[in-house]
Design a protein around this ligand. Sequence first.
Ligand code: ATP
Ligand code: MG
Length: 659
Amino acid sequence: MTEAERPDIIDVDDRVRAGSTSQIQDMPAYREHWARAEADPGGYWLAQAKQRVHWRKPPTRGLEGDFWSVRDSPIAWFGDGELNVSESCLDRHLERRGDKTAILWEGDEPSEVRKLSYSQLHAEVCRCANALAELGLKKGERAIIYMGMVPEAAIAMLACARLGAVHSVVFGGFSAEAVRDRVRDCGASIVITQDVGKRGGKNIPLKRTVDAALEGEHGVEKVLVYQRDAEAPAELVSMQDGRDLWWHDTVDKASETHEATTCGAEDPLFILYTSGSTGRPKGLVHTCAGYLTWTAYTHAVTFDLREDDVYACAADIGWVTGHSYIVYGPLCNGATSVIFESIPTYPDVDRYWDMVARHQITVFYTAPTAIRTLAAHGPEPVRKHDLSSLRVLGTVGEPIDPVAWQWYYEVVGQERCAVVDTWWQTETGGHCITPIAPATPEKPGSATLPLPGILPTLVDDDARALIGPGQGRLCLEHPWPGIARTVWGDHERYVSTYFTMFEGRYFTGDGCRRDADGYYWITGRVDDVLNVSGHRMGTAEFESALIAIDELAEAAVVGYPHPVKGQGVHAYVVLQPGSDDRAEAAKNAHRAVRASIGAHARIDRLQFVPGLPKTRSGKCMRRILRKIAEGEPDKLGDVSTLADPSVVEVIVRGAELFS
Ligand code: ATP
Ligand code: MG
């Protein structure tokens, strides 16, 4: 009997009628699925892909390729299948769920609510696809989406998918420079944006930023602009003749029927740039079928999705969490997905809980930084609201400390809800190590156990795989359907970043501990990337912005533990010989970081130092700076390889004065 014929794998829609779209309700089922996916990955995932995805031509092939040969032959899943992702997310639901709410939008002001049913969303996506086609966007071409949290952002993504075009969403907080880099790197021919974004009662000048990004050389021919606020200040929104078009003049007037383009399983669906710890951002490429299978599966299994769920992920669409768990996973599963435009503290610190009660939200997914921020206000703002609708609580983005976990579980979840601490990455496409809501016994602070298809290994410094409990670098052993296939335009970078550190294994960049029960505890990153309030920024991005200003000669940036933001940013800077105006340098430093990375980038501590601790070969020893920033100058370890060890004492003294 083939995997696809097994009687215990029943059609997902039957499960839906039975209440849950997950097939894993307890630990024996979990173990059995995990073992099956390990023993026969091709068969297991082919069966899942056939059940969860709507195919034009169903695949017969499972996995092709492996982590050993990934340099020469990229990983492929379901390679001979054909589909259009937007049909899985829209068309196939029309018959049974046409009137069901697909997107429940809550605007910046709590009074602004919009609901789009599956048939309305389908019509909007068709209109948008027709309009984009009219503007010249073709299969395989790239579109940058630089928008706030409006339904039109999801509509634009799905419209690109419908045309077989490749979208690249850029987080709406990024600067013009960041947008320009991404426009150029992916060779976008069109930018989709909006006049202004709304966040916490403020206007975010999205269109103006796009205008600045498009100064200089690029291949963008058209800019499509959604009007969020007809009364937005005129100086924020100027339209360029011939290039810029209003959404309401084009999309709204287009036909609501559109024949979706047939795509190959391995055609690119989108490019998403990570923060990039070294200079140029990495554009990770996700392809149609494997990504969709993985997001649909994990969304259903991790959250134990039910047909009548009101599911809310509070992430931004500009991050992978928004792609996988606001748009693609939930819509593929026919769920009601909330899009939230505002911030957790606007108009007040009870915004989330007010929203949960008003919409009867059943599954709520956010980041530890938001939980810590809200926990600081105590239980009262939560207790004011009736949260009895909640069933599952999720977190993602960074390790959640046990204190914040307990608060989430006790105060928000009233000790009744499952808490799923989901570990995954842009590269993995979806959840990898996470509790399964109804099945996995939790431990506060642990991402618990790997999903079926995920084979974690902890590797020590000598590249030996650890057996049993221990701590090491987290690697994954075998391709799963959701893994990113390449870095856009630079496959070698993909190979060297993820597959050369430990040959034949995908290296995640994270450190991890495994306990005696086989549970995984992510310890953080082993590289030099900062995670500030859930925003990931490379230290190198800060440093290059800092040394670009006239007054500064050198800079080294490290993170230190911050009670609310997770990590704070500590910048060590060296003045340019001859300049001595520290106040002026500091002002320019803050401005430069903001301009080159974005408004979310802030230096918490700026320390002027006479020099950086460098090795004789000229490499900055960051571990020393990290220890000093962490307030542990007595634990510097061996400093004998430094060119000038005396500089360390001066830095330590300066740090004491500083804090
Ligand atoms: P870049 O690759 O440019 O450095 P990034 O890795 O910071 O970008 P993401 O892919 O969004 O961007 O983040 C993935 C990382 O976030 C993981 O590698 C891990 O360090 C952290 N992370 C995410 N979820 C969890 C979690 N539940 N527990 C612990 N860490 C998490
Ligand atoms: Mg990463």
